[in-house]
Structure formats: structure tokens, C-alpha cells
Design a protein around this ligand. Structure first.
Ligand SMILES: Nc1nc2c(c(=O)[nH]1)N[C@H]1C(S)=C(S)[C@@H](COP(=O)(O)O)O[C@H]1N2
Ligand SMILES: [Mo]
Length: 358
């Protein structure tokens, strides 16, 4: 699907992943378990109900085109999944009247899970999928069986689905509890993260010390501040915001910068190495002399995507002094990779402070 034809189907601040690319996000394999695969519906039901894979394949089969939207800002439109309706499994098990939530548990070493309110199911109509493009789901994408939840960020679509529990009270899933992902996850309302309020006194002390080492600072906002020389080693800064922030020589090595925003930040000479910057934005940021080696750059943006108005999005300032290795570029969309490849070929500017960003 072209960017033009995607118009209207792409939620805010998402970019299209090329049709042939489908990244593996999160866990890449199920728990090693010799037991034959069963999907069990239990909890607040009339009677536990379980299906073998054969049993699932024998239910009313559905092929459905689904748009998927990862919280780290990439989308794929019209993916062809095949499987059975979640509703059919639940109907068979007969949820009790006190059931209000449904929890999906993976066959996973970390007991990966997510949940949805029962009241949202008629609208979402999730699919218990066994195939993609008519082929069995690859194991790294949740095969033999995964949940597909249209209309929610993709973290609600649990891979290696093994248990479906009906509950009276909700239990936060893995990403929702560990990483502050929003429990509703509507991409059209950009419900990516819950903003957890840090005590103002703590924030003030951190900013004053310019030391964020090892701190969990989800969604912290530092727009327009002068934080040059900041140290934020191994800090958890998912969804943090550093718009136009002065961060010369800052040390973010080993930090989690997933979905963080560094637009127009001054990052000259900063260490951004050996971390995770999935979905982060560096548009208009000055990255001369900055070191991004060893950091996951999955879906990072440095410049406008083709569907955006280029006049309103500034380019990152990157040249030969910026540390990015060729093998890191495969994590970027093609327009982003082309932009960075070009910029890295530019000779290093003579004076550090005098070049005009553009
Ligand atoms: N069991 C399990 N399911 C999971 C995850 C995970 O880590 N473990 N990650 C979620 C997230 S954040 C995304 S974006 C999608 C990624 O699916 P994919 O690897 O098939 O692209 O799976 C979701 N389901
Ligand atoms: Mo995700």
C-alpha cells in the first residue's frame, strides 16, 4: 500500500512499514514446553473450555484484513490474518455475569499477558489467529496461535496465546505494568503511555543534580531546559520529552529512550550508545559528535516521512562525526535510512558551534 492510499487509515504520528518488512518486537519465542498446544478459556466461566489447535481450526474460520499499529510508531495496513473469532471461544465457555475483563496469557517464560475490558469486545472483535497470508503464523510472530486486536496498539495482540481468563477485576498486562503502556491503547486517541506523575520535589532535585543515572523517569518532560553535561546512564526514559533541550556532552549510555522526543535538542558530543531508542524522534536535533553506536534505532525518525509536509519538519544535523554504524540503519524505514546514510557522508564541520542546523 502506498503512503497516499494509506491516507485516513494511519493514526496520528504513525509511519508505514514497507509491505515486505515485519519486525519482531518483544519476545521472539514461546516458553519451551513439550505439552501439546491448548488454548483454555477459564476464570469466571460456566465451565473451563479448551481447544487443541485442530479443534480451533475446526471452528468457524475467518480471513480478515487488519491494520496493525505498534506503539513505537510503525504501522502495517491490511495484513491478512486467518483464524477464529475470540467471541466464539468466549460464547462456548459462557462467561459469568460478574466477569468484566478478559486476560490473555502467553506460553512465555515471563508469563507475558495483556487484557481488555469485556465491554470493548463487540467493537474490537478480536481474532484468535493461526495464519497470515494463508500460511501458518511464523513462531517469532506468535505461531502457532496469537491474539489479533484490531483498533488497539499492537501490544494488546499477545503472541503464543495459551490462556484466556475471565476476571471481575482487571490485572495489568506485562507492558502495561512494566513500561507504563496505556491500558486502553487506542491509536486514534494516541493512548501510548500513562503519564505517571513524579513528585515535584524529586524532579527538581534530579534536574538540579543533572544526574538521572539508573532512574525510572517514564514520560519526564524536560523541554527547553539547559541540561548540558547531564548524566542519564541506564535511565528509563521511555516517552520522555527533551524538545529543544540543551544536552551537549550528556551521557545517555545504556538508557531506554523508547519513544522519547529529542526534537531540536542540542546533543552535540552526547553519548547515546548501547541503549534502546525504539520509536524515538531526533528531528532537528544536533547530533554532531554524538555517539549512537550499539543502540537499537528501530523506527527512529531523523527527518520527515514521505506522508509529512517536509517544510514543517526539521532535519537532524548529522555528519561524519556522528557515530552510527551501517548495520544500525536496517532498523530504520527506508526514507530515514537514506537520510542518515547521506548525512554521515558529509564531512565533519570545522567549528563545533558555528554551523547552522537545517
Ligand atoms: N507473548 C508476547 N506477546 C507480545 C509481545 C511480547 O513481548 N510477548 N509484545 C507485543 C508488542 S509490544 C508488539 S508490537 C507485538 C509485536 O508482534 P510481532 O513481533 O509479531 O511484530 O507483539 C505483542 N505481543
Ligand atoms: Mo509494540
Amino acid at each position: 500500500m502506498t503512503q497516499e492510499r494509506a491516507g485516513g487509515r494511519l493514526p496520528p504520528n504513525q509511519a508505514l512499514m514497507p509491505a515486505r518488512r515485519w519486525p519482531v518486537i518483544g519476545e521472539s519465542e514461546p516458553r519451551n514446553d513439550p505439552a501439546p498446544w491448548m488454548v483454555t478459556v477459564g476464570g469466571l466461566v460456566g465451565r473451563d473450555h479448551r481447544w487443541t489447535l485442530e479443534g480451533l481450526r475446526g471452528l468457524a474460520w475467518l480471513e480478515r484484513a487488519v491494520d496493525i499499529h505498534c506503539v513505537t510508531r510503525w504501522s502495517k495496513l491490511g495484513m491478512a490474518f486467518g483464524g477464529v473469532r475470540l467471541r466464539d471461544l468466549l460464547d462456548a465457555a459462557q462467561p459469568r455475569a460478574d466477569a468484566r475483563f478478559v486476560r490473555f496469557v502467553a506460553r512465555s517464560t515471563r508469563d507475558h499477558a495483556s487484557s481488555l475490558p469485556l465491554a470493548d469486545l463487540p467493537d474490537l472483535d478480536p481474532l484468535v489467529a493461526l495464519t497470515v497470508d494463508g500460511e501458518p503464523l511464523p513462531v517469532e510472530h506468535g505461531g502457532p496461535v496469537r491474539l489479533i486486536v484490531p483498533g488497539r496498539y499492537f501490544y494488546k495482540s499477545v503472541k503464543w496465546l495459551e490462556r484466556i481468563d475471565l476476571l471481575a477485576e482487571d490485572r495489568l498486562g506485562f507492558w502495561e505494568a512494566e513500561s507504563g503502556y496505556h491500558n486502553i491503547a487506542d491509536p486514534w486517541r494516541e493512548q501510548r503511555y500513562v503519564v505517571r506523575d513524579l513528585p515535584a520535589r524529586k524532579v527538581r532535585a534530579l534536574l538540579q543534580s543533572r544526574n538521572f543515572d539508573d532512574q525510572d523517569l517514564l514520560s519526564l518532560s524536560c523541554d527547553d531546559m539547559d541540561l548540558s553535561g547531564l548524566t542519564a546512564r541506564r535511565a528509563l526514559l521511555r516517552n520522555a520529552s527533551f524538545r529543544r533541550t540543551r544536552l551537549e556532552g550528556a551521557d545517555f549510555s545504556g538508557a531506554n529512550l523508547s519513544n522519547a522526543c529529542f526534537d531540536a535538542a542540542d546533543l552535540r558530543g552526547a553519548r547515546l550508545s548501547d541503549g534502546d531508542a525504539e520509536g524515538a524522534s531526533f528531528r532537528g536535533a544536533d547530533l554532531r559528535g554524538a555517539d549512537l553506536t550499539g543502540t537499537r534505532l528501530f523506527g527512529v525518525s531523523f527527518t520527515a516521512e514521505p506522508h509529512e509536509d517536509e517544510a514543517t519538519v526539521a532535519d537532524a544535523v548529522i555528519d561524519a562525526s556522528t557515530g552510527v554504524r551501517a548495520d544500525q540503519l536496517s532498523a530504520l524505514t527506508e526514507p530515514q535510512a537514506a537520510f542518515v546514510r547521506n548525512a554521515l557522508a558529509r564531512p565533519r564541520a570545522a567549528g563545533a558551534g558555528d554551523a547552522v542546523g537545517g
